[in-house]
Ligand binder design. Structure first.
Ligand SMILES: [Zn+2]
Length: 425
């Protein structure tokens, strides 16, 4: 089945946006990393102006800013936090980014679906068990030759449709809402050129989370350690009691990192040590080690354990000099949210409850744009856009999931209008 005229508008939008190739490029030195991202940004700005948001504009970096005015009475609106909704226009580099030929597979029946462009691998519940939670849904995928780009054009489509729908329903109370589309999220630069002042929001959500009914507001606490061993180099044939081999000393330290606390043996709330890179020779060896933990105390504990291993190695190898440097990288977003406006989380749950949905907190075992924004003072959890299997040619979303994300966002905006004035920090 291809596009049909009776598709919901949010889906029509989605199908239009995914056809635009917006892949970002981590090797580029420009902002945005690829000009093609602006093709979608420009279109979104135009469409927002077409809908009536006169201030909608794309800046030179490809960011789009626009204001959806409040429907609350002026005085109430002024006392209610300004809410920002964000999505990123770029897609990941891991797979071909275009041309995307989206396909709709009506009324999913639980079987494996072969994509015409990738006969060897299919949309298969054995590979993607979440498919079985979507029986009866109308699945959307690429033809298998490219990624779909639901990450994050689903977020773009849902926000755009929200604007159109809310403008058509002025009786629904809404606070001042700022719309922002970002670039280069996939290469970790999504907020580098974001103008927080121009955004002018008090609280925000990215609409970039996978699945339905999920909210992410917890990330790792992260630090990076550098262990450097300076050895003593002499001819190996005459090295007894003289040589200190930096490489073997470093290997000894790294081998004592607990094997059951590594990225490949941990999940959910478990933290880890990860030897990210190692280089070495007899006179000098060096390693970068990542430390990750969901709690601040846990991260401190990891720093101490590494320091103990280094202290032991110093004692055992008095001829070598062993340096340890540890630098914090980012903090669990939750700590910033708690310090600014924790209602971004409690309201997200309460809005879902009003719809009869049980929101599920999803841990992010890494950093996100929202975690950087939260650190910069704008508390920004991530809400679901319905997509699955991000960054692959088997990425999918469903007509029903896109609609569910839209319904939820509407409720969330209304909730802020109705409750945002109370308990404003
Ligand atoms: Zn994304």
């Amino acid at each position: 089945m291809s596009d049909s005229p009776d598709l919901p508008s949010v889906v029509e939008r989605f199908l239009r946006y995914v056809r635009i190739d917006t892949q970002s490029d981590r090797d580029s030195k420009t902002h945005p990393s690829t000009e093609r991202q602006k093709d979608l940004s420009r279109l979104l700005a135009e469409e927002l102006r077409g809908l009536g948001l006169g201030d909608a504009e794309m800046d030179g970096y490809g960011y789009v800013y626009a204001t959806l005015p409040a429907t609350l009475p002026e005085e109430e609106a002024a006392a209610t936090p300004v809410l920002a909704l964000l999505a990123h226009v770029d897609t990941a580099q891991d797979e071909p980014g275009g041309p995307v030929k989206p396909l709709i597979h009506a009324s999913y029946d639980g079987s494996s679906i072969t994509l015409p462009g990738a006969p060897s691998v299919a949309l298969d519940p054995a590979r993607s068990p979440a498919l079985l939670d979507h029986l009866g849904h109308d699945l959307i995928s690429s033809d298998g030759t490219t990624l779909l780009g639901s990450d994050d054009k689903a977020g773009c489509a849902v926000i755009m449709q929200l604007v159109e729908d809310l403008l058509a329903e002025p009786s629904i109370p809404r606070p001042p809402v700022r719309i922002c589309f970002t670039v280069d999220e996939e290469i970790g630069c999504g907020v580098d050129k974001l103008d927080l002042e121009r955004l002018g929001a008090d609280v925000a959500y990215t609409v970039d989370g996978s699945g339905t009914g999920t909210l992410s507001y917890e990330t790792f606490n992260a630090a990076q350690a550098v262990v450097e061993v300076a050895g003593v180099n002499v001819h190996p044939g005459y090295a007894k009691d003289v040589m200190a081999n930096a490489t073997t000393i470093l290997a000894g330290i790294l081998s004592q990192l607990p094997a059951d606390e590594s990225p490949e043996t941990t999940e959910d709330r478990e933290g880890y040590f990860c030897a990210l890179e190692v280089s070495g020779s007899i006179p000098l060896a060096r390693s970068k080690v990542l430390l990750r933990d969901f709690t601040a105390e846990g991260l401190e504990g990891r720093k101490r354990r590494l320091a103990e291993l280094v202290a032991d190695a110093r004692q055992a190898n008095p001829r070598a000099t062993i340096e340890l440097e540890v630098a914090d990288q980012y903090k669990n977003m939750k700590s910033y949210i708690e310090a600014t406006d924790p209602r971004v989380v409690s309201f997200a749950f309460a809005a879902a409850e009003e719809l009869g949905i049980q929101l599920e907190a999803e841990l992010v075992r890494g950093g996100t744009d929202g975690s950087k924004l939260s650190e910069m003072g704008l508390p920004t959890p991530n809400v679901f856009n319905g997509g699955h299997d991000y960054h692959s040619r088997f990425e999918w979303n469903t007509v029903q999931n896109l609609e569910a994300s839209l319904v939820y966002l509407k409720q969330l905006v209304r909730y802020w209008a109705e409750h945002g004035r109370q308990g404003r920090p």
